[in-house]
Write a protein that binds this ligand. Structure first.
Ligand SMILES: CC(C)(COP(=O)(O)OP(=O)(O)OC[C@H]1O[C@@H](n2cnc3c(N)ncnc32)[C@H](O)[C@@H]1O)[C@@H](O)C(=O)NCCC(=O)NCCS
Ligand SMILES: Nc1ncnc2c1ncn2[C@@H]1O[C@H](COP(=O)(O)OP(=O)(O)OP(=O)(O)O)[C@@H](O)[C@H]1O
Length: 199
């Protein structure tokens, strides 16, 4: 089974491409979704975060306060390293379990949608790496509009990841998402046909 990593920068369009891949019948394993599952109430991830940061990271309903954790993680690199140390091994374990499941079900290829593919060292397990690219100025604009952030918050979030320019040379396929969504989909469609993934 071929493993294809799908990555980019924050708000570069990974989910937009992942949705299209699913529409085309592909199986996509979603690291952001797994990251949510490992911090559900009762899960080890949430317990360890509370041990590290205290119960102020919880809402009244005892769920993870994602807004609070996000503000802390994106503005404080030490807090970010701590969160990554706690959650990334749990996320990786579940990703590997789902890859095994995909293989057992006889799939020819599986996509891994991972924002931190390079930062967390997933490249070794990928046969191909598809990078959803937009220039940083457009990335900042789309991020600001989507999440209603201030300029400082946008800057911090982009700076919390490896820059998209540094990711470019490590990709095996680059999808330009700076124009219309249909332009992006056309590139993905063409690549799927070239790879013989879609008959
Ligand atoms: C900080 C959190 C609570 C924000 O939650 P929220 O619902 O607002 O956003 P969401 O989960 O959809 O993430 C949005 C984007 O933020 C970026 N991002 C998330 N975590 C990180 C991180 N640790 N470092 C850098 N960028 C990150 C990614 O591009 C991601 O796609 C959440 O992202 C989280 O728990 N992050 C830690 C786990 C992690 O590293 N996830 C990335 C998957 S490998
Ligand atoms: N080609 C496009 N033209 C205009 N807007 C777009 C295009 N592609 C994506 N967007 C918008 O840009 C924003 C970011 O896209 P998306 O959520 O797919 O990015 P992402 O890489 O998955 O983000 P994150 O890293 O935060 O998970 C969204 O508001 C989306 O609707």
């Amino acid at each position: 089974m071929e493993i294809i990593g799908l990555t980019g920068g924050i708000a570069s369009g990974k989910s937009t491409v992942a949705n299209y891949l699913r529409q085309e019948g592909m199986t996509v394993i979603d690291a952001d979704l797994i990251a949510r599952q490992v911090v559900e109430p009762g899960q080890e991830g949430l317990e360890k975060l509370v041990e590290a940061f205290g119960s102020q990271i919880l809402t009244k309903e005892k769920e993870l306060n994602r807004k609070y954790l996000g503000r802390m993680l994106f503005s404080d690199s030490l807090a970010r390293y701590t969160v990554n140390d706690i959650l990334h091994p749990l996320i990786r374990q579940e990703m590997i379990r789902q890859i095994g499941q995909a293989e057992q079900s006889g799939l020819k290829q599986v996509f891994l949608d991972i924002p931190l593919l390079f930062e967390a060292g997933y490249q070794e397990m990928c046969h191909e790496i598809l990078l959803v690219y937009i220039p940083q100025s457009l990335q900042a604009q789309r991020l600001k509009e989507r999440d209603h952030l201030t300029d400082v918050e946008v800057k911090d979030r982009i700076a919390s990841q490896m820059s998209i320019e540094d990711k470019l040379p490590m990709a095996t396929v680059v999808i330009d998402n700076s124009q219309s969504i249909s332009h992006t989909q056309e590139q993905v469609h063409k690549w799927l046909i070239e790879k013989n993934y879609r008959q």
